[in-house]
Ligand binder design. Structure first.
Ligand code: SF4
Length: 260
């Protein structure tokens, strides 16, 4: 907001008028609504084809494809971002996601890894879950810890990573480092990317909920442990069993990122 806009907002506030939205915030809100509705419709169509693990995986894959198609319209240059292979500050934060993504990750690991590598990945997930299970995501209760899927500075489930991981980006790696474990976060980031992937996650959750399935926000480590330890987790979730009970995300609502 520039000085003129700030003065107009202050004058409006003195007159008792509702503050005008920042133009960037209103464009982001429009984009969010459009992406969310697109994914809600697409996700509903996919789920209407039947209730099978394959449909759940297709739901997640089609949501990722949709998000990528929106991202091709992103006017922001990748060069303005600090994100690159080997920079993993954001992979030390708790991750919230929903059951389809959790089940997609577990299926990809089961399909892509040898029995020994799957057991090693599960051991990392269990070790992290033992430290973080059920805690609230405040800086004191949930200090920064490397994600169980972070291997040699890279995401080992990159192709199927949660949408919140795809949304995160920053123009300043040092700001990401400083933000770890802090209550207040200030950084510049690509709003288009953040909005698009966050809206796809919301649209996917809406489609899941409208089809009568559990769309609860889950903590990645706890939920993926359940999905990796139980080969029938997807069928049970589709049948309405509370397979992810106790894996709820517990975000710290004070730690919202500002528009930049
Ligand atoms: S799933 Fe991948 S991208 Fe997301 S926090 Fe873990 S390592 Fe990072």
């Amino acid at each position: 907001m520039n000085r003129r806009e700030r003065r107009a907002a202050a004058a409006g506030a003195r007159r008792g008028a509702a503050p005008e939205a920042h133009p960037m915030a209103s464009r982001a809100a429009e984009l969010q609504q459009h992406v969310l509705e697109s994914e809600r419709r697409l996700g509903g169509e996919v789920l209407a084809r039947g209730r099978s693990p394959q449909t759940v995986y297709e739901l997640v894959d089609s949501a990722a494809t949709l998000a990528d198609s929106f991202m091709r319209q992103n006017p922001t240059s990748r060069d303005s971002l600090a994100c690159k292979l080997g920079c993993d500050h954001c992979c030390r934060r708790p991750v919230g996601t929903s059951a389809p993504t959790v089940l997609r990750i577990a299926a990809a690991l089961r399909e892509g890894l040898s029995a020994e590598d799957f057991a090693r990945a599960l051991a990392r997930v269990v070790a992290l879950d033992e430290k973080t299970h059920g805690v609230s995501w405040t800086p004191t209760e949930r200090p920064p810890l490397p994600c169980a899927f972070l291997v040699n500075g890279a995401c080992s489930v990159y192709e199927v990573r949660p949408f919140v991981c795809r949304a995160w980006n920053s123009a300043d790696a040092e700001a990401c480092r400083r933000a770890l474990g802090q209550e207040s976060i200030e950084m510049r980031f690509d709003l288009f990317q953040r909005t698009t992937f966050a809206a796809v996650e919301k649209g996917l959750q809406a489609a899941v909920q409208e089809s009568g399935l559990d769309a609860m926000d889950l903590e990645l480590t706890a939920a993926v442990r359940v999905a990796m330890e139980n080969a029938d987790a997807c069928q049970r979730w589709l049948a309405g069993e509370p397979v992810f009970a106790g894996c709820e995300a517990k975000p710290d609502r004070r730690r919202r990122l500002p528009f930049a």
